[in-house]
Write a protein that binds this ligand. Structure first.
Ligand SMILES: [Zn+2]
Length: 360
């Protein structure tokens, strides 16, 4: 043993007290961070599902024997103080719903449960305990990455994802925005906190955009993906309380994407040909959305440019799914993607048939 057990015990108790005082509760992973055996950045990226394949226990920088001592002192301290336990699952939000994060490599039930157990003061009221449990269990936001590598490909449709484009990780498999069902969202760059907070509040589905900064060796937040409607509503809110100039500045940045006007007109016409009862402004909206440069959306694919009827139908379906059904709220509430699609199939068919002019 190359450490003093007595000193280690003192360090553990001091760290546990400190975290409990600061956070109102303390769990093994918070304690380990306080003791500098786990870097908070490693912990944060694990929470966000960036390193979803590697269990957090394997990332702890501490020998097994010493770690066992740390946990023993921690458990004894909690019993001595008469703290109450709160079980909280570590999970992440994905397009497949909310998934549990891997804690141990061998899935040992005893250690898994140990990592999920947090301690809080015994006198905490039932209501406060419940709120604390919710806070600890709440999965962090969906995360979308701005690609920096040159060889990224969508694992579902095989589309190339070039640097600068968005990429979603389902487990460790990259997905393009279309396959992840996030391609209807608009990018709002970071910078205006009021705008960001409001847009997120109004958006039924949102994702945080991160980019890897190579020189600094870390992921940095770039902004949010939100719905167009949420962006518009947030702008209205900001203008209403006299943040006018700031709101305009952010709105301008959000729309810096170039739209090919001619393609939009051709696509709108093609949409109305197939779906004569589709409102003209919606046809235009679908076309404008699909034609955004560099978005990897249907309209930019070769088939979309040639106005292939199948590509047109796909773009219309994507629009109907996000605008005329409760699909986004289903995803956000953690319903698995396949199941959510199943649930809204009937709603989509009804709209499509009506737009085609086919009576039920
Ligand atoms: Zn794809």
């Amino acid at each position: 043993m190359n450490y003093s057990v007595k000193q280690l015990r003192e360090r553990v108790l001091a760290a546990a007290e400190k975290v409990l005082k600061r956070n109102g509760s303390v769990g093994p992973l918070e304690l380990i961070q306080e003791l500098d055996f786990l870097h908070w950045r490693v912990f944060e990226s694990w929470r966000k599902g960036v390193a979803v394949d590697s269990p957090i226990e394997a990332r702890i920088q501490c020998g097994a024997e010493k770690l066992a001592d740390v946990y023993r002192f921690f458990a004894e301290w909690a019993v001595e103080k008469g703290l109450k336990t709160i079980e909280a699952e570590y999970s992440r939000r994905s397009v497949n719903g909310v998934e549990a994060l891997p804690l141990t490599a061998d899935g040992n039930e005893e250690r898994e449960s140990f990592y999920r157990t947090h301690y809080a003061p015994a006198e905490l009221s039932e209501k406060k305990s419940e709120r604390l449990q919710q806070k600890l269990t709440k999965a962090p936001d969906l995360v979308v990455f701005i690609t920096t590598s040159n060889d990224a490909k969508c694992s579902e449709c095989d589309a190339e994802i070039v640097p600068g484009e968005f990429l979603f990780l389902e487990g460790h498999l990259p997905l393009c925005m279309s396959c992840a069902d996030l391609d209807h969202l608009t990018f709002l760059p970071s910078g205006d906190t009021a705008m960001t907070r409001r847009a997120k509040k109004h958006s039924p589905l949102s994702a945080v955009v991160m980019k890897f900064n190579r020189p600094r060796k870390r992921y940095e937040r770039q902004g949010l993906l939100i719905t167009d409607a949420a962006l518009a509503q947030a702008e209205d809110d900001c203008i209403a309380d006299a943040d006018q100039r700031a709101a305009r500045r952010v709105a301008a940045a959000a729309q810096r994407v170039v739209v090919d006007q001619k393609l939009v007109e051709q696509m709108s016409a093609a949409i109305l040909e197939q779906f004569p009862n589709c409102p003209a402004d919606e046809a235009h909206q679908i076309a404008a959305h699909a034609a955004v440069r560099g978005s990897g959306r249907v309209g930019r694919s070769a088939a979309g440019r040639e106005l292939d009827p199948k590509a047109i139908t796909l773009a219309v379906i994507a629009h109907v799914r996000h605008v005329h059904t409760n699909y986004d709220s289903l995803l956000m509430s953690g319903v698995e993607r396949g199941m959510a699609r199943e649930q809204i199939r009937g709603q989509i068919d009804t709209v499509l048939n009506a737009w085609r002019g086919i009576a039920k």
